[in-house]
Ligand binder design. Structure first.
Ligand code: NOJ
Ligand code: CA
Length: 669
């Protein structure tokens, strides 16, 4: 392969040849004129900077990509082109089915010497900025990326507060830290921040394909910069000589909830590659799941096996009777004995006590969808070997949704979030699309908006979900008030909300399984029951689970919320909130509206105008609220019914660790 020196003596000559605007900093400005991204280049390479309302947010920060073959950076701006977009597009499902893409674009071509031309494509929206690298290197087929030089030099690091999980290439199931940017050594994205002037923002990436994930890491010079997950040989990625990287994004808002309402990440992804998306449908589901995490059931065959035929039929009946479209089974397939060992699962053969054909036929008869689960334990080669056959079998059985899992280290020393991982997760998405299968991925690669291009990629985990409440110190109410402003900015999450049996120690004790009550005997779910209901609205997922054991829902008055709820929403808005403190979200599905509100460890009363409802329509509002004693007795709740219109205001009274959920059903329904 040819080695191309970029910083060569010819640089200044190239400047004369190419640059008609030497010394100028090309700028792209958001349509509302408030946000600018500018680019500059000198002998040290290019830089980018961001200003909001004339104030610096990011100071000139270095750009470029180092490969073994060439430094892809450029010392001279060769050309600049500007264009604009203002279009509306629709998606088959999403928080909002109608999305506006309104931005200005600038493409800056940089040259140094040799054959490397780097194009920076930058966009400025009213809700943030983004750029990506595009290059074409002559004289070789493949480039070995050794480092990405992108820096994020916050103008006021001590005065800017941030919320993030640590930078980790294997897992996102970590606790949030609230830290001044100056104290952040490394962080995964979304990396959410608030400046001293009260401006909110979040660093992330969009359209991650064929490249490792980016985390932010402080380098030896003390600068926060991109760090890419490496392959086992230390190289970050092997890419074609002509390549386009994922977008580097900074969402920006004046209110914390603006970040949630931003569609910037989706707008930076390509339209759907699936021509007919009519088979891709949001669903509510229940499953044989929570019992395994409580330890009262197991994935393997034996007396406590969860996925048995009898249990399956019982769950199908429950779903059919409660307006729930899907039922998930974990531990249905052979190989769970190997989990944590050689990680060998069979993705087609059921256990002998799970009569798959009979269960599938019964589900069809009752109009319920069967969901299968495929835990890989991280054994990617084995899963890929069986992938095609497994998908084919699921499609034959009428199965349209697959939950996958990667609980275990990848074989061969590959990291979950490396280029190898990104390529694998994508292979599964595209294979599933060919068989008409929707995906729910646990231990995933982070969402970067690819759901727009591959709308069968419905939801994923990618943060500490409900399972942590069963066998660890659990997820605090404060954590749940951070989640919407950090992880959820990237896209839907299969958190698996809605545990009604808040003090599950009784369930464990009943079954003689009390060993999991937490290291300090603290138990169990860390919120009130009303907040568990509100999470069905707050935590957006087109595949939304009622995660508790179905016996805890049977006959429970508050389960009416989930029966009335519709996971296929058309419109959403985060109405008010502060990171780590509280959140209020409203969604519309057809003519029905849903509202979810939650608070942290503090009791809180919020005033919420109902102006989002259709004007002139009378709604029956059913309010699922904390009771007076919910702080001490989190299973206490009250249900209240009222007639409301868009002209009314709701007073949302929440206990410490509490919440409130409301359904608004039009009275003419
Ligand atoms: C971890 C997943 O997040 C959880 O949902 C699943 O039940 C277990 N792995 C077993 O696959
Ligand atoms: Ca998990």
């Amino acid at each position: 392969m040819k080695r191309i020196p970029l910083f060569a003596l010819l640089a200044s000559l190239c400047a004369l040849l190419f640059c008609s605007a030497c010394g100028e900093r090309p700028v792209v400005t958001s349509p509302d004129g408030r946000i600018t991204l500018s680019v500059a280049a000198d002998a040290d390479g290019p830089t980018w900077s961001v200003e909001v309302d004339g104030e610096p947010l990011l100071l000139p920060s270095r750009l470029g990509v180092e490969t073994r073959e060439a430094l892809i950076a450029g010392t001279q701006i060769a050309s600049v082109r500007h264009s604009s977009f203002d279009e509306e597009w629709t998606q088959p499902w999403g928080e909002n089915k109608l999305v506006r893409n309104h931005c200005n674009e600038m493409t800056v071509t940089l040259r140094g010497a040799g054959d490397v031309a780097l194009t920076l494509r930058a966009r400025a929206f009213d809700d943030g900025v983004a750029f990506r690298y595009e290059w074409s290197v002559a004289g070789c087929d493949t480039l070995a990326v050794t480092d990405e030089l992108t820096e994020f030099r916050f103008a006021d690091e001590p005065g800017t507060l941030s919320w993030s999980i640590p930078g980790n290439f294997e897992t996102y199931e970590l606790q949030y830290r609230e830290l001044p940017v100056a104290e952040v050594a490394d962080a995964n994205t979304p990396f959410t921040f608030r400046t001293a002037a009260g401006l909110y923002g979040s660093v992330h990436e969009a359209a991650l394909y064929d490249y490792p994930e980016m985390v932010l890491r402080r380098d030896s010079a003390g600068v926060l910069k991109a760090d890419l997950a490496p392959l086992p040989d230390g190289v970050k990625a092997y890419v074609p000589a002509t390549f386009t990287t994922p977008w580097r994004t900074v969402q920006i808002g004046r209110r914390a909830v603006d970040l949630i309402n931003s569609a910037l990440i989706l707008n930076l992804n390509e339209p759907s590659k699936i021509a007919d998306t009519s088979w891709i449908t949001p669903q509510k589901y229940v499953g044989v799941w929570w019992g395994m995490h409580l330890g009262t059931q197991v994935w393997t065959m034996g007396p406590r096996h969860g996925a048995t035929t009898a249990n399956a039929l019982r769950h199908i009946d429950f779903a059919a009777d409660n307006n729930i479209q899907g039922v998930l089974f974990e531990g249905w397939n052979q190989g769970w004995e190997n989990w944590g060992g050689n990680q060998h699962f069979d993705y087609v053969e059921p256990y002998a006590d799970f009569d798959l054909e009979r269960i599938a036929a019964y589900a069809r008869e009752r109009g319920v969808e069967l969901w299968m689960h495929a835990e890989t334990g991280g054994n990617i080669p084995e899963f890929e070997r069986q992938l095609e056959a497994a998908m084919q079998r699921y499609a034959e059985l009428g199965i349209r949704t697959l939950k996958t899992g990667y609980a275990g280290g990848f074989k061969g020393g590959y990291l979950h979030h490396s280029q190898y991982g990104v390529q694998h997760y994508q292979r599964v998405v595209e294979t599933a699309a060919r068989y008409g299968i929707m995906l729910d991925v646990h231990e995933p690669i982070k969402e970067t908006g690819i759901r727009r291009t591959w709308p069968n990629m419905m939801t994923r985990e990618g943060a500490r979900g409900m399972e942590w409440n069963a066998w660890s110190e659990g997820n605090s109410a404060e954590y749940l008030c951070m989640l919407p402003f950090v992880r959820l900015l990237s896209g839907p999450m299969d958190y698996t909300p809605g545990i009604f049996d808040i003090d599950y120690s009784r369930a464990k004790a009943d079954k003689g399984r009390i060993e999991w009550n937490g290291p300090n005997g603290d138990c169990c779910i860390k919120t009130t029951l009303a907040r568990q209901i509100a999470n069905w609205v707050i935590i957006y997922s087109p595949l939304q689970m009622a995660a508790d054991l179905i016996e805890n829902y049977e006959g429970h008055p508050a389960f009416r919320f989930f029966r009335d709820f519709d996971a296929d929403c058309d419109w959403s808005e985060a109405l008010q909130g502060e990171i780590g403190d509280y959140i209020v979200v409203a969604r519309r599905a057809g003519e029905r509206f849903f509202l979810g509100a939650g608070t942290n460890g503090e009791a809180r009363t919020l005033t919420q105008p109902l102006g989002f409802l259709q004007p002139g329509v009378r709604y029956t509002a059913t309010i699922y609220a904390d009771a007076a004693d919910s702080a001490a007795n989190p299973e206490a709740y009250r249900i209240e019914e009222r007639t409301v219109t868009a002209a009314d205001t709701l007073e949302i009274v929440m206990s410490a660790r509490g919440g409130q959920a409301v359904t608004f059903l039009p009275q003419h329904e």
